[in-house]
Ligand binder design. Structure first.
Ligand code: NAD
Length: 492
């Protein structure tokens, strides 16, 4: 929803124009055209949303969970009906291909479906006779007003990692989407409005750092969910905790994939090309380092270089396009300079995606698939999240050396292996220091009924997004111990 080319906030059931003194352009990364402008909402608008949320909470938490999830069933149907329109919006503001945008929304909708199981998911447990005639119960109650702060790379899916669970469990929810891709959230909130959630139950406040700080400092907010880069995740986690809030903060990644010589090399190459270059490498689960073991080196290197060079890059709504642009001009410059840095550290540029253009879209932010060979494991490139379509190759003598290279990184979002040996796969699964593991899988993205399980510098907190973890994060346990002696009843 926008007026005069400016996006609106959705507060207390109303689309509201922000009083922000600053607006940012929202740009289509394939054309470099400005599509609209997003307000950097001030603290007063965060406060208005929190007050509306607190007011709505009293009634929303009393609404039976079976009634609360009816709104989510409606939302699921609306998301299905408007899938094409939302996917086009994602492609236009985020750059990924139409198929990738549809895929992203499918994973988002999956979370709405899983959250509809809240009546069972939020059940507690109990014991009779913990002492003679005394019973004990654990029940789950909602926290109150909670907020999520989300990144640019999955504008449709990531808000849905949190929102459905928060709402189904009886919380009021505020979203602060990425200022780079705020249009998808506008569409999402138009559907939330159509689903008929009571005013104040689900709200949208646009902005960037100042708006985030206002959320982190507001005493009315009980919990913060964050997804973004590691330095900001750390900052959000510590500031939320210092203010006594519950926090779950997902950070950046540098995901290694080990290619064993006994792997099906054609399948591994095809899957790895999608994993490294899909979404232009702007995925927290993108494979960004391939570690070949022994004889896998020559064949995989040759095949992946061919796959990279032949990938069709272009505007994501055009037919046959396999990879879109990166998000901003600054991001393109940063990725290109990191490729140069890799070269300076001794890597060989097998396929060079720098300085390219797409005909008809000359102004777009293009970085083509890039393959760097023999990347120095001790160098900056081996440790830095490039967040672009750049695959680094490293080589190891055996599985032990490969696992050592995997476990050297500070991140722990994902690690994968391609092999036909169960014993090798088991050793990898057992020893690897990562929270999401793929075996003969390129992007090990957990289904909505499993936690999205980053470790180390990729995650700060305890309970992760999605499924049961989401339900636990958004509820607090209350334990009741009770005694009803028959003889006492007679007294009253
Ligand atoms: P980002 O950290 O720049 O921004 C994320 C959010 O934080 C945005 O809403 C932004 O407005 C806000 N923000 C930015 N700087 C801030 C600051 N200084 N203070 C307070 N708030 C601030 O991340 P991005 O560039 O939008 O997204 C890409 C990053 O997200 C990558 O590092 C990627 O790996 C990561 N990511 C991680 C996961 C995961 O599951 N671990 C998933 C998707 C993306």
């Amino acid at each position: 929803m926008s007026t005069n080319g400016q996006l609106l906030n959705f507060i207390n059931g109303q689309w509201q124009r922000s009083s922000a003194s600053q607006y940012l352009d929202v740009t289509n990364p394939a054309t470099a055209r400005v599509m609209t402008r997003v307000p950097l909402s001030p603290a007063a608008e965060v406060d208005a949303a929190v007050q509306a949320g607190l007011q709505a909470f009293t009634e929303w938490r009393r609404t039976p969970v079976t009634d609360r999830i009816q709104y989510l069933f409606k939302l699921k149907n609306l998301l299905e009906e408007h899938l094409d329109e939302i996917a086009r919006t994602i492609t236009n503001e985020c750059g990924k291909t139409y198929a990738e945008s549809v895929g992203e929304m499918r994973r988002g909708i999956e979370n709405v479906e899983v959250a509809c199981g809240a009546p069972s998911l939020m059940q507690g447990y109990n014991n009779e006779d913990i002492a003679r005639g005394i019973d004990e119960h654990m029940i789950r109650q909602p926290l109150g007003v909670v907020a999520a702060i989300t990144p640019f790379n999955f504008p449709g899916m990531i808000p849905l990692w949190f929102m459905p669970y928060a709402l189904a469990t009886g919380n009021c929810f505020i979203l602060k989407p990425s200022e780079k891709v705020p249009m998808t959230s506008q569409k999402l909130f138009e559907l939330l409005e159509a689903a008929g959630f009571p005013p104040g139950v689900v709200q949208l406040v646009n902005g960037s750092k100042e708006t985030v700080d206002a959320l982190l400092d507001h005493p009315g907010i009980k919990a913060i969910s964050f997804v973004g880069s590691t330095p900001v995740a750390k900052y959000v986690y510590s500031r939320a905790a210092a203010n006594g809030k519950r926090a779950q903060c997902q950070g950046g990644a540098k995901n290694p994939v080990v290619i064993m010589p006994d792997a099906d090399m054609d399948a591994a190459t095809r899957i790895m090309a999608d994993s490294a270059f899909g979404c232009a490498g702007q995925r927290c689960l993108a494979a960004s380092v391939a570690i070949t073991v022994g004889e896998a080196r020559d064949i995989f290197t040759e095949q992946i270089a061919d796959a990279a060079a032949s990938r069709k890059v272009g505007y994501g709504l055009d037919e046959g396009v396999e990879m879109g642009p990166v998000i901003t001009r600054e991001s393109k410059a940063r990725i290109e300079s990191l490729i140069t840095k890799g070269e300076q550290e001794g890597a060989r540029v097998l396929v060079d995606g720098r300085g390219k253009q797409v005909s008809g879209y000359e102004e777009g932010f293009w970085v083509f698939p890039t393959v760097l060979d023999s990347v120095n494991p001790e160098g900056e490139i081996a440790r830095t999240e490039i967040f672009g379509p750049v695959l680094s190759l490293m080589h190891a003598r055996d599985i032990d050396e490969a696992i050592e290279l995997v476990n050297k990184r500070p991140y722990g979002n994902m690690a994968c292996i391609f092999t036909s040996s169960g014993a090798t796969a088991r050793q990898f699964r057992y020893e690897v220091d990562a929270g999401n593991v793929g075996i003969n899988i390129g992007v090990a993205a957990p289904m909505a009924f499993f936690p999205f399980s980053g470790w180390n510098e990729s995650f700060f907190g305890d309970l992760h997004a999605q499924g049961r973890h989401g339900v636990e994060f958004y509820t607090q346990t209350k334990v009741v111990v009770e005694r009803w002696p028959r003889e006492w009843s007679r007294k009253f």
